[in-house]
Design a protein around this ligand. Structure first.
Ligand code: PBG
Length: 333
């Protein structure tokens, strides 16, 4: 497999790096606008854009402006947009029924975007945390995050989203058995063409901090998510999870966070050869932006380099808050 390298000076690897033209010819990976999925935060209201302080440049948008964002994404060549709702605290309960309300913020936004920009793929989030009084992704009973009851709730959530026209369902909850349960329910309800991008290897990470601010879950969360999200020390376990999710009917596999877990992306791609995605999460975005704002890093360059690292690691696409900016850079050629 490894090509033979003749000894110096027969081989001088700098020869193919000498000019831009030669570097173009030997480039192994490419990043295109078609690789990008743009996560956006949504909120109630009209004509409202509210900054998220821990994510400079990122805002929470009302539904009408989320539609505008979808139009912008489509014009830039970004194939998919992913919705995360900031839920009014008064709607958060221990039973989380707002999660499958057909008229909740997220479902109204799916319908509005599909009506205005039918060609863009709308991806959703499936987990109870935006609707849960205690901030967890699952239903909590006596301090335990209960698996099977949570899966029943997630299935209702998935069906409501599919009904609104969602193209890609994104279960981010890490419960066991959820992909199989959703897939069976979708088939039964006539939604056999709806795709599932499973947050398969989702680690219990401190890099999600700014996201929890953005969706208003930081204050609510009691304890941590270590009984359902993965231990950052594990890699073989991710492979078992991927195999399990594929067997249960996932179409696409996600690794999350991104940059600290590029080794996992590579293993998933090599071992399964399936559509593989990374989520460059809020904390990754925040740290690059913070350094850029201090003048310590060149924002555009680190953005493009970080996105290319996912392609090099075998990913087919990246969820990134940089999506519109990266697309503008790519489109400018
Ligand atoms: C919640 C969810 C999280 C993210 C996406 N969906 C946070 C968490 O698990 O606490 C994180 C995204 C980011 O940090 O950008 N189910």
């Amino acid at each position: 497999m490894r090509p033979t390298v003749a000894p110096f000076p027969t081989t001088r690897l700098r020869r193919t790096r000498r000019t831009p033209a030669l570097r173009d010819l030997v480039r192994e990976n490419t990043l295109t606008t078609g690789d990008l999925i743009w996560p956006i935060f949504i909120r109630e209201g009209e004509g409202v854009e509210e900054p998220v302080p821990s994510m400079p440049g990122v805002v929470r948008r009302s539904v009408d402006l989320a539609v505008k964002a979808a139009e912008e994404a489509a014009a830039l060549g970004i194939p998919a947009i992913c919705l995360f709702p900031y839920t009014d605290p008064s709607l958060k309960t221990e039973t989380c029924e707002e999660a499958w309300n057909p008229d909740n913020l997220s479902n109204r936004t799916i319908r509005a975007i599909k009506a205005a920009v039918p060609d863009i793929a709308v991806m959703t989030d499936i987990a109870l945390d935006p609707y849960n009084a205690n901030g967890h992704d699952g239903i909590v009973r006596d301090g335990i995050i209960v698996n099977d009851e949570t899966v029943e709730a997630l299935v209702k959530m998935a069906l409501a989203q599919a009904e609104c026209g969602a193209d890609i369902l994104g279960p981010s909850d890490m419960m066991d058995g959820r992909i199989g349960a959703m897939r069976a329910a979708l088939e039964k309800a006539g939604h056999s063409d709806v795709t599932i991008m499973s947050y398969t290897a989702k680690y219990a990470s401190a890099f999600y901090g700014p996201f929890r601010d953005a969706v208003g879950a930081s204050g609510a969360l009691k304890g941590d998510k270590k009984t359902y999200q993965m231990d950052p020390a594990n890699s073989d376990e991710a492979i078992r999870l991927v195999e399990r999710d594929l067997m249960e009917g996932a179409d696409m596999i996600m690794v999350k966070p991104g940059m600290p877990y590029l080794d996992i992306c590579r293993r998933v791609k090599d071992e399964f050869g399936v559509p593989t995605y990374a989520y460059q999460v809020s904390g990754e975005y925040a740290m690059l932006m913070a350094a850029a704002q201090n003048g310590w890093l060149d924002r555009e360059k680190v953005m493009m380099e970080s996105l290319m690292s996912f392609k090099r690691a075998g990913c087919d696409g990246i969820l990134t808050y940089f999506a519109p900016e990266a697309a503008r850079v790519l489109n400018a050629g």
